[in-house]
Design a binder for this molecule. Structure first.
Ligand SMILES: Nc1ncnc2c1ncn2[C@@H]1O[C@H](COP(=O)(O)OP(=O)(O)OP(=O)(O)O)[C@@H](O)[C@H]1O
Ligand SMILES: [Mg+2]
Length: 496
């Protein structure tokens, strides 16, 4: 095979063909002076893309949407969404394009999507652009999540456009993020389709979602409800994993909740240092709706919006009226709490090095007592989430001091450790479940600031650390420390 035949990627457009009502054919904005900032070579290779070609002039233009391979059909996808509880009937890719789908070796589809590629018909008041710093943040955090074993969209590349982008805090360099996802189907996509009041379209959308993400639901007598349950369980597992690593998504609007169960949209996200359930970083989340400890509950709320959207199909499948469908959906939604508890217990069992056979009933009180210690409460301030859990593996090996030194209520801690160690925790397994390196906020900011000023070294070092999250390796110790007090309170921003 010659390089040139390998080079030109072949992109499908299954989604655009199946759901023409939910897309608009569109082209990316011409870049001014494109420059590849970061390329994810292993991901490129796993998708059958040629990294050498991607680095070349044509490849970089491809990553910006300016070079469209033969047969590709770039589209902007429409979706709706509840944003902070308020419904927006028409959001959609305002600054993004779905370039198309790549078929992996095992026959699965992967969306290739560009964020920051210019205004689309869904741009509303926006300029269609994205800023280099936030796109690099999405690159770092999504690759960290992937390395942590958490389902996520991936970042293939970040390309500078050479266009200055005007934001509140000044003029900043523009960039496009090339993102890979199992799909970009969101709860908001279903809300949009439901509002069109066209059951046949809603059915086609559900069939797409089932075929791409939850194929077992196709075998069910009640496929729409089976789809809902599959999404419910995938979201329960996802949020439990976020809670386990101290991840705060920051903007869990229904348009940022995927049907696949992958994390998406790393706009205002953050990782905790102090494990405070009320931790909020986003500048606009005044009520703490998307606080760390509120994520399971708000995911339940978002799933209720999905269930509502599916009601006509649930009714049709079961041969019942709307009231009957509401009853079925409500019963299914009410099992989210159980589903989440089971997922959280799986996360906790792994973090505590306890055997899979340990029952939830035995685990639950242990977990509650531990989380009370971690939160601090009356016994003191919250502890550093990542550092504390990692120190617990030393405790499993008999060196209790590092974890003990982190908590104020040492008597409660000692009692807890004695109960836990009696269960014979596996310290090596804990080292594979409790990261040493997460993209801590101060490190992310430092790397983005340097990258914006043209120095990519801190970004590379951070990427190296967070893509080997479980290995201490020879990574500088500062990559595993919480932010110094001088870093102050951290604030993140949406839509930059
Ligand atoms: N600069 C912009 N120009 C046009 N539309 C924008 C812009 N920024 C955000 N939007 C639109 O506003 C909505 C909310 O944006 P948000 O900050 O959640 O990020 P996003 O662009 O949606 O990315 P994602 O695809 O990761 O969800 C989306 O419909 C988005 O397309
Ligand atoms: Mg979004």
């Amino acid at each position: 095979m010659t390089t040139s035949t390998r080079a030109e990627p072949r992109l499908g457009h299954t989604y655009a063909d199946a759901l023409p009502e939910l897309v608009t054919d569109w082209r990316a904005e011409e870049p001014l002076d494109p420059g590849l900032v970061v390329l994810n070579e292993p991901l490129a290779a796993s998708l059958g893309l040629d990294p050498a070609w991607l680095r070349g002039e044509e490849g970089v233009r491809f990553l910006l949407g300016a070079h469209v391979p033969d047969g590709a059909r770039p589209v902007a996808q429409v979706y709706a969404g509840h944003q902070f509880g308020g419904y927006s009937p028409r959001l959609g890719d305002g600054r993004a394009l779905l370039l198309g789908e790549i078929t992996t070796e095992d026959g699965a589809l992967r969306d290739l999507h560009l964020k920051g590629s210019g205004r689309t018909p869904y741009a509303r008041g926006g300029d269609g652009r994205a800023v280099l710093g936030p796109m690099l943040r999405e690159h770092v955090v999504s690759e960290a999540m992937h390395a942590l074993g958490i389902p996520t969209t991936r970042s293939l590349a970040v390309v500078a456009t050479g266009r200055p982008v005007v934001r509140e805090d000044g003029t900043l360099p523009g960039a496009v993020l090339a993102r890979v996802a199992r799909s970009h189907l969101r709860v908001g996509t279903f809300q949009y389709a439901r509002a069109l009041d066209d059951p046949a379209l809603l059915r086609r959308l559900a069939e797409q979602a089932i075929a791409r993400h939850h194929p077992a639901a196709a075998q069910s007598d009640a496929p729409a409800l089976a789809l809902f349950e599959a999404v419910r369980n995938a979201q329960a597992r996802l949020v439990a994993q976020w809670m386990g690593v101290g991840f705060v998504h920051g903007v869990l609007n229904t348009d940022n909740v995927t049907i696949s169960g992958e994390s998406i949209d790393y706009g205002p996200c953050a990782f905790l240092d102090a494990a405070d359930p009320g931790a909020v970083f986003s500048s606009i989340d005044h009520q703490g709706r998307y606080a760390w400890g509120n994520q399971p509950a708000v995911t339940g709320w978002n799933l209720a919006r999905l269930a509502e959207s599916l009601l006509p199909l649930i009714a049709e499948d079961a041969g019942v009226d709307t009231d009957g469908a509401v009853e079925l959906a409500t019963a299914s939604l009410s099992r989210f709490a159980t589903s989440y508890a089971a997922a959280w217990h799986d996360v906790l069992r792994a973090k505590l090095g306890l055997p899979a056979g340990l029952s939830d009933d035995a685990l639950a009180p242990l977990g509650e007592d531990l989380m009370a210690l971690v939160r601090g409460g009356e016994g003191g301030p919250p502890v550093d989430h990542t550092g504390f859990f990692r120190d617990l593996s030393a405790a499993a090996r008999g060196d209790v001091a590092p974890a003990r030194d982190r908590v104020l209520d040492v008597a409660a801690f000692d009692e807890w450790v004695a109960t836990w160690r009696a269960l014979d925790p596996d310290a090596d397994a804990m080292d594979r479940a409790n990261p040493v390196h997460v993209p801590r906020n101060h490190l992310v900011e430092e790397a983005l600031e340097a990258a914006t000023a043209g120095d990519l070294d801190p970004l590379r070092r951070l990427l190296e650390a967070v893509t080997s999250p479980y290995e201490v390796g020879d990574v500088d110790a500062r990559y595993r420390e919480p932010a110094p007090a001088s870093f102050g309170a951290y604030t993140t921003y949406c839509g930059t």
